[in-house]
Design a protein around this ligand. Structure first.
Ligand code: AMP
Ligand code: TRP
Length: 346
C-alpha cells in the first residue's frame, strides 16, 4: 500500500471491492480486479470482496442466469486465489446493511453529482428516459458497499475511478452535514499494467462482459483452444513491435496486447517491448496466447471443478455474508443514530 489515508482521524486499512455477476468474468475483470484482489489478500491486509447482485439488477437479469453467474463468479474468485477464510467473500443481497445505507446516501448525494457519472451516461445512451431508476442511483449503492465497512482502499479498474470520487464526496458531505468524522475518505487503488484492458476487436473500447461480440473478450470459462484462437485473431496493425514504449502511442490494439502480456507475466510493458522489439505479430500473438493459456487454464479448470458443487459455493457465500454483516451492521446502526432515527426495537 503506497500512501496513508488522508483523513484527520486515521481509519485502519481495510480493502473492499465488488464485481457484478451480470455475465461471465472476463480477462479485464481478472487483470484489472481479481488478480489484484488476490495480491492484497496475500499481503495480509483485511480484504472484503462482494458479488454485487443488487447492482447487477439495475439492468434486466434473467433470475436463473443471475443465480448461475453469481455462483460462477464466486467459483472464479476462489479459483483465482481468493481464500474465503482469509478474505470475506459474499453476495451483496445477503447483507441488508448495503441497501439501508444506500437509501441514506440517496439523500446525501445531489442530482447534479449523479448526472455527471459517465458510466450512467454510457449505459443509458439515448435511452435515458427508459432505463431503471436503480441505474441512476447505482453509484450511491456502490458508496454504501464501501462505506458500510469504512473501507479505506478500493482496488478497481480505471473505469471505476469516478465512482470512487463520488464515494469520497458522499463521505465528506455526510461527515460535514452531521458534524462527525465517521466515514473515511476512501482511496481508489488503480495500479499495474492492465487497469484498462481493451476489446480484442477494437483497441479503443473497453473489454466488457456485455459486448455483443464474444470475439472481443477472453472469458475465464474459455478453453485453451478458444483463448489461443481469440488472441490469434485479435485486431492489430501490420507494423512490427517498436523498440520503445513511445512507439505504441498511436497503436491502441498493439498497446493493448503488450499491456495484457505484461500484466499476465508480471512484467512492465517496457520489459515486454525490450524482449519483443522488432517482432512481428505472427511471433508475438502465439507467445501471448501460450502465456494466457498457461496462466488462465488452471483457473478455468478449478472453476469448473468448484461448479460441480453449487451447495458448497452457497455455503461459502452464506458464511462470508455472516462475517460481513457482523462488521457492517454496527456501522449502519451508528449511522441511524447519527441521523436521528429512533431505534427502540432491541
Ligand atoms: P464489472 O465487471 O463492471 O463489475 O467490473 C468489476 C471490476 O473489474 C471493476 O474493478 C472494473 O474496473 C474491473 N474491470 C472491468 N472491465 C475491465 C477492463 N476491461 N479492464 C480493466 N478492469 C476492468
Ligand atoms: N461498479 C463496479 C463495477 O461495475 C462494481 C462495484 C459495486 C464495486 N460496488 C463496488 C466496485 C464497490 C468496488 C467497490 O465495476
Amino acid at each position: 500500500m503506497s500512501e496513508p489515508v488522508q483523513t484527520p482521524q486515521t481509519f485502519p486499512t481495510r480493502i473492499f471491492s465488488g464485481i457484478q455477476p451480470s455475465g461471465g468474468l472476463t480477462l479485464g475483470n481478472y487483470l484489472g480486479a481479481l488478480k489484484r484482489f488476490v495480491q492484497k489478500q496475500d499481503e495480509g491486509i483485511e480484504t472484503i470482496y462482494c458479488l454485487v447482485d443488487m447492482h447487477a439488477i439495475t439492468v434486466w437479469q434473467d433470475p436463473a442466469k443471475l443465480r448461475q453467474q453469481t455462483r460462477e463468479a464466486a467459483a472464479g474468485f476462489i479459483a483465482a486465489g481468493i481464500d474465503p477464510v482469509r478474505s470475506i467473500l459474499f453476495n451483496q443481497s445477503q447483507v441488508s446493511a448495503h441497501v439501508e445505507l444506500a437509501w441514506i446516501f440517496n439523500t446525501v448525494a445531489r442530482m447534479g453529482w449523479m448526472s455527471r457519472m459517465t458510466q450512467f451516461k454510457d449505459k443509458a445512451g439515448k435511452n435515458s428516459e427508459n432505463v431503471s431508476l436503480g441505474l441512476f442511483a447505482y453509484p450511491a449503492l456502490m458508496a454504501a458497499d464501501i462505506l458500510a465497512y469504512k473501507a479505506t482502499h478500493v482496488p478497481v479498474g480505471e473505469d471505476q475511478k469516478q465512482h470512487i470520487e463520488l464515494t469520497r464526496d458522499i463521505a465528506a458531505k455526510f461527515n460535514n452535514d452531521y458534524g462527525v468524522n465517521f466515514f473515511p475518505i476512501t482511496e481508489p487503488v488503480i495500479e499495474g499494467a492492465a487497469t484498462r484492458v481493451m476489446s480484442l476487436r477494437d483497441g479503443t473500447k473497453k473489454m466488457s462482459k456485455s459486448d455483443p461480440s464474444d470475439q472481443s473478450r477472453i472469458n475465464l470459462t474459455d478453453d485453451a483452444d478458444t483463448i489461443a484462437k481469440k488472441f490469434r485473431k485479435a485486431k492489430t496493425d501490420s507494423e512490427p513491435l517498436p523498440s520503445a514504449l513511445d512507439g505504441l502511442k498511436d497503436r491502441p490494439d498493439a498497446r493493448n496486447l503488450v499491456n495484457i502480456y505484461a500484466a499476465l507475466a508480471d512484467m512492465t510493458p517496457q520489459a515486454v517491448i525490450a524482449e519483443y522489439a522488432g517482432a512481428q505479430f505472427g511471433t508475438f500473438k502465439p507467445a501471448l496466447a501460450d502465456l494466457a493459456v498457461a496462466k488462465l487454464s488452471p483457473i478455468t479448470t478449478k472453476m469448473s471443478d468448484l461448479m460441480q458443487d453449487p451447495a458448497e459455493i452457497d455455503r461459502i457465500l452464506g458464511e462470508g455474508a455472516a462475517r460481513a454483516d457482523a462488521i457492517a451492521r454496527p456501522i449502519v446502526d451508528q449511522v441511524y443514530d447519527i441521523i436521528g432515527m429512533i431505534r427502540s426495537r432491541h
